[in-house]
Design a protein around this ligand. Structure first.
Ligand code: ATP
Ligand code: MG
Ligand code: FE
Length: 326
């Protein structure tokens, strides 16, 4: 089966062709990061307009590199939730129109389930059950994923997402956007023990990152500690927090396999810190598949295919999600 994956939930237009026998045949992403950089974050209307400008071009490139024609496609997979509503509409409208013209099914895909499943795309030995941590620009969620791909939400942030806290601290330091990679780079030259930031809500499974952000801001304004040291200490505290809560839930639920996915999972320090934990096998998507991509959308649709959850022509986009795909 050959599946086209379409992702337009935020500021990346990304399309990919996935062959269930041969793997990913082609994948193209247009990142709008340079457009949004000057605003210090994603401007929703600018994102929607630029998805419209790019989606068709990326589709043609995907077909060309895969050496296929649209008639060779068997199914279309498209992100329908969660994300920026206008941005999602572009992918959903494009996917539905293509499905209608080609008379093939269109499968709606939940963006967060796809972030998690990206880890399976590159690790064929990885199968549920496992504990999954998603750390992205908009979410910090821990799910228990059972053998039948039922996703149970066990913890989430009560305020900022992990990626958002990286972005906000970077903004306070006037580093640019997105902040995650810039903080990681700055932290390389710093002492991670310079500031002892506390772990918020240590005894609970839910996360809170807004206090850490404020604590970092106070240190930045103090001007007594170097930015490198603040960045390194901040990053260590985020890593310690994520590890503490994720592994506590893995232990409580008896899971030995742990998946860490989403944009923040690109962070080399966090990857290393998780990998060093004893008693668990921790899986990450490769860095390219941690941020938004069409590959994971097509792959998720393949995993969910047996459920036959195809969309009708009245399928639409949802900015917030009701529940994750099964
Ligand atoms: P969501 O998936 O929640 O809808 P999103 O799709 O915008 O949000 P992603 O594209 O998955 O999020 O991830 C983007 C986030 O990842 C940004 O907040 C960015 O700062 C963060 N990020 C990327 N690289 C790194 C890194 N090396 N270290 C820390 N954070 C990073
Ligand atoms: Mg993005
Ligand atoms: Fe994402």
């Amino acid at each position: 089966m050959i599946i086209l994956g379409i992702e337009t939930s935020c500021d990346e237009t990304s399309l990919a062709v996935f062959d269930t026998e041969k793997g990913v045949l082609s994948s193209f992403t247009n990142s709008q990061v340079d457009l949004h950089n000057k605003f210090g974050g994603v401007v929703p209307e600018v994102a929607s307009r630029n998805h419209i400008l790019k989606v068709e071009e990326l589709f043609s490139k995907c077909m060309e590199q895969a050496e296929l024609t649209p008639q060779d496609l068997d199914m279309i997979a498209v992100t329908t939730a969660p994300g920026l509503i206008g941005a999602l509409f572009v992918g959903v409208s494009f996917g539905k129109a293509l499905g209608y013209a080609l008379k093939i099914p269109v499968m709606p895909v939940n963006h967060l389930s796809a972030h998690i499943l990206a880890a399976e795309l590159e690790n064929p030995e990885l199968k549920p059950p496992y504990t999954a941590l998603i750390i992205s620009g908009g979410h910090t969620h821990i799910y228990d994923v059972d053998a039948a791909y039922n996703f149970e939400l066990l913890a989430k942030t009560v305020d900022d997402a992990a990626g958002e806290s990286f972005d906000k601290v970077a903004k306070m330091m006037e580093l640019g956007y997105p902040g995650g990679p810039l903080i990681e780079k700055l932290a390389e030259g710093g002492n991670e023990k310079a500031v002892a930031f506390p772990i918020a809500m240590r005894k609970e499974n839910n996360f809170s990152f807004s206090g850490l952000k404020t604590a970092a801001m106070n240190k930045i304004n103090d001007n007594t500690i170097s930015r490198e040291d603040i960045a390194a200490s901040f990053q260590r505290t985020v890593a310690d927090t994520l590890i503490l809560k994720t592994l506590r839930i893995a232990k409580e639920t008896g899971r030995k396999n742990v998946v860490v996915a989403g944009g923040v999972a690109c962070n080399g320090y966090i990857r290393k810190a998780f990998s060093e934990q004893k008693g668990y096998s921790v899986y990450f998507p490769s860095k390219k598949l941690c941020t938004d991509n069409g590959d994971m959308i097509a792959f998720a649709a393949h995993r969910f295919f047996k459920l036959r959850k195809f969309s009708s022509l009245i399928e639409t986009a949802h900015d917030r999600m009701q529940h994750i795909n099964k």
